[in-house]
Design a protein. Structure first.
Lengths: 466, 283
């Protein structure tokens, strides 16, 4: 699949010096340019671009200072994750036990990750410095104008606009998505569980042990993982396709020629989207409660006895069915809304031609509407499938993963992998197991969607409508 | 022929009526219970014995644990600020991905795709410790800032929808502007943004809804600081065992109270929602 496949180099007729890559700069650059890799900004300063050069130099000095004062030690600590355990020391003068501060494995790991990210940033800055130096060198050789700092600042409105627009969003993504994610991925290879909680205890690297325990045979973990995975997949398939098909049918029903008051019907269904999802989920939970209104109605109708109640959320099988049904209630209006527009876009001639050829309504649906919808909605289906595998809210707010069972390792019968992950980390504090589940979910989703998503038109041919 | 059409039309309308009753009934139950006079939680009947407005009145009488007004404004402020930041991030990133061509574009899009496949709150614990390390979890006010950062910080990753929309705006419009001497920044602010009202509304609405419905992150960050709770954790608290008997009907009143503004907002912008999904500007 070649996820990071090199882009084919297109030789543009008017090649600017700034288009040069790092490789070219290293090959063709002069001494100053190459030295800029080690001493940031050297080439720029030599080319009288003082502000730009000194900014580079300041970055390098800041990085070196960080590494000497803190970073180097952080990297060493990361390999051991701490050696000095917190101990109780008896303080005779006061007559109490005091805690002698030990190493904090968790912080060691976090600082290690941050140091690695900063080092990568420094490497990136080094490359930028050399590229910039090479650019200045070429401009000098060709007698072109060397941009001043003011020119640099103005360039963000034109060729460097992506730099200005992306800096803050990407910083946000790195700090709040990438660093935490790398940290959690590394946790999966440690023994950071409820018995190894810093600052009281140390945890350490354990390699693939957690994965073996999770996927292997015989352990309670494996006996939980496989059934939970099975239910997660069943849930995702049912939730995605039930909402998709029923929503589409509903949209067809409303959009068909004979239906009156289309706006009114649409409004009735859209009303349930307009309410915040968590409100409707919490109300659904009370509505299907053992003493909730549904049971009350059933009692009054005489279907069940006056003291009996249907175990909507307490019987394993029934709980699963209830959840899928409630999810239909929640999901169908969404599909209805998004398919309405697409249905109206299907060229009318197609239907006319089919009708002239004597096709009946079911045939038209099977041969025209469905293929067209599938073509347009496939990316949407894939995202909603992945969304459903990670659908935390529905399960957590409806059943909380229950009914609980002793056969599982801190999971209930309706727990998805994500809600199990939540329980393991928040309630149980088995962070390493939580991280393992996260990685496994990722592997499942990645294989599923890389295989399908990259084949869809919108990815391959994104410029089709431009 | 006519008779058959009549029958099928009638059947369709009956079916639609039945379905819409199913879809509206739970909402009706919520509204009904919010006006119920009798306190306590579950009753053995559906139709309330009496009606009252007290549930709504009491909702705005703060007690030591339940302070609906405050929660409401907490959430509103957090939602407004994080919407502004997040929408700006999303629009910037998606415009860059759609219109500008630079080296890191494809790798960035692939990375974003990969990131999206990890369970969202897998990184929650790490984010929690990063925020703690930065000193954001010391006071309630800082916690609120932390929550804003969390909601908007990584927002740039959710650019796919808006990018898809920008992709449908014909490039020729941009090129015409370049020929007239506009810079890329000019084209972005003066051409793309005015043409993108549906997707901007869509982005604003979806990010605005986030803080109102997020339970997990808010709970993890706020802990037991009830004063600084957002609506979602607050309402959840009302259903907890020690409160449910007293606050059951008020919980429903609260649900109605926060549903009304959001529902109005949604219904007003519904058109944008649909257009934003399907791409609006046809070349």
């Amino acid at each position: 699949m070649g996820l990071f496949r090199k882009k084919q180099k297109v030789q543009t007729p008017h090649r600017r010096p700034s288009d040069a890559g790092v490789g070219e700069a290293l090959k063709k650059g002069n001494v100053l340019t190459r030295l800029s890799l080690l001493i940031f900004g050297l080439g720029n300063i030599a080319g009288k671009q003082f502000v730009r050069g000194f900014v580079f130099l300041a970055l390098e000095i800041a990085y070196i200072y960080y590494m000497i004062s803190f970073g180097a030690q952080a990297l060493v600590n990361m390999t051991t994750l701490g050696t000095v355990e917190q101990t109780k020391v008896y303080n005779e003068a006061l007559g109490i036990y005091e805690y002698a501060v030990g190493d904090n494995s968790m912080l060691f790991l976090l600082y290690g990750v941050i140091t690695i990210v900063l080092t990568l940033a420094a490497v990136f800055a080094a490359c930028m410095s050399m590229k910039s130096a090479y650019c200045t060198q070429v401009r000098k050789e060709k007698g072109m104008h060397i941009p001043t700092f003011k020119d640099d600042l103005l360039s963000v409105r034109e060729e460097n606009m992506h730099v200005a627009m992306l800096t803050f969003p990407i910083l946000g993504i790195i700090i709040f998505t990438i660093i935490p994610l790398v940290f959690m991925i590394l946790i999966a290879f440690t023994s950071y569980d409820h018995e190894h909680q810093p600052p009281g205890n140390l945890f350490t690297w354990v390699g693939l042990d957690n994965f073996k325990a999770m996927l292997g045979q015989g352990s309670k973990l494996a006996a939980t993982f496989w059934p939970v995975l099975q239910w997660t997949l069943i849930w995702a398939v049912f939730a995605t396709f039930s909402c998709f098909f029923l929503g589409m049918l509903l949209a067809l029903l409303i959009n068909r020629k004979g239906t009156r008051c289309k706006g009114f019907w649409r409004f009735m269904f859209v009303l349930s989207i307009a309410i915040p999802q968590f409100v409707s989920l919490l109300s659904m939970r009370t509505i299907f409660n053992a003493n909730g209104p549904v049971n009350v109605i059933l009692r009054h109708l005489g279907i069940i006895g006056m003291t009996e109640s249907v175990p909507f959320f307490t019987d394993p099988t029934l709980a699963k069915i209830t959840i899928i049904l409630i999810n239909i209630w929640i999901g169908v209006p969404y599909t209805m809304l998004s398919t309405t527009g697409i249905l109206q876009n299907i060229p009318g001639e197609l239907y006319e031609a089919a009708r002239i050829d004597g096709a009946t309504a079911p045939v038209i649906f099977r041969k025209i509407t469905l293929p067209y919808m599938l073509f347009v909605m496939t990316p949407n289906l894939i995202t909603s499938f992945t969304g459903n595998i990670n659908n935390f809210n529905v399960i957590f707010l409806l059943s909380g993963g229950g009914p609980d069972t002793m056969e599982y390792y801190y999971a209930g019968r309706t727990d998805l992998l994500v809600t199990w992950l939540y329980r393991l980390t928040i309630t149980q504090k088995d962070y390493n197991l939580g991280a393992v589940i996260g990685i496994l979910v990722f592997i499942i989703l990645a294989t599923l969607s890389l295989l399908t998503y990259r084949r869809t038109g919108s990815y391959k041919d994104e410029g089709a409508f431009q | 022929m006519r008779a058959r059409r009549f029958i099928s039309n009638t059947l369709c309308h009956v079916l639609l009526a039945v379905l819409s009753v199913i879809w509206v009934l739970p909402i009706g139950y919520v509204i009904l219970t919010s006006f119920r006079k009798e306190g306590g939680s579950y009753k053995s009947y559906i139709w309330p014995r009496g009606f009252t407005l007290d549930n709504y009145k009491n909702l705005f009488q703060p007690t030591s644990q339940i302070n609906f007004t405050r929660w409401f404004f907490n959430t509103l402020i957090i939602a407004l600020i994080s919407t502004a930041i997040a929408a700006f991030f999303v629009l910037c990133v998606s415009y860059c991905m759609s219109r500008l061509r630079f080296k890191m574009r494809k790798p960035f899009m692939n990375i974003a795709l990969i990131m999206g496949m990890f369970p969202g709150f897998m990184s929650m614990i790490a984010v929690y410790y990063i925020l703690k390390g930065l000193g954001f979890l010391e006071t309630g006010l800082l916690k609120q800032i932390a929550l804003i950062i969390v909601y908007s910080g990584g927002a740039g990753l959710g650019f796919y929808m808006a990018k898809g929309f920008f992709d449908t705006i014909p490039r020729t419009i941009d090129e015409a502007a370049y020929i007239d001497g506009a810079t890329k920044w000019d084209t972005f602010t003066k051409i793309t943004i005015p043409l993108s009202k549906p997707i901007i509304t869509y982005t604003l609405i979806t990010t605005f809804m986030g803080p109102w419905v997020d339970y997990i992150f808010a709970k993890v960050i706020m802990g037991n600081d009830t004063k600084y709770y957002t609506i979602a954790i607050g309402l959840w608290t009302m259903l907890e065992k020690e409160y449910v008997e007293t606050f059951y009907t008020q919980f429903y009143a609260g649900c109605v109270m926060i549903s009304i503004p959001i529902a109005i907002l949604f219904l007003l912008t519904q058109r944008c929602y649909v257009e934003g999904v399907s791409g609006a500007v046809k070349g």
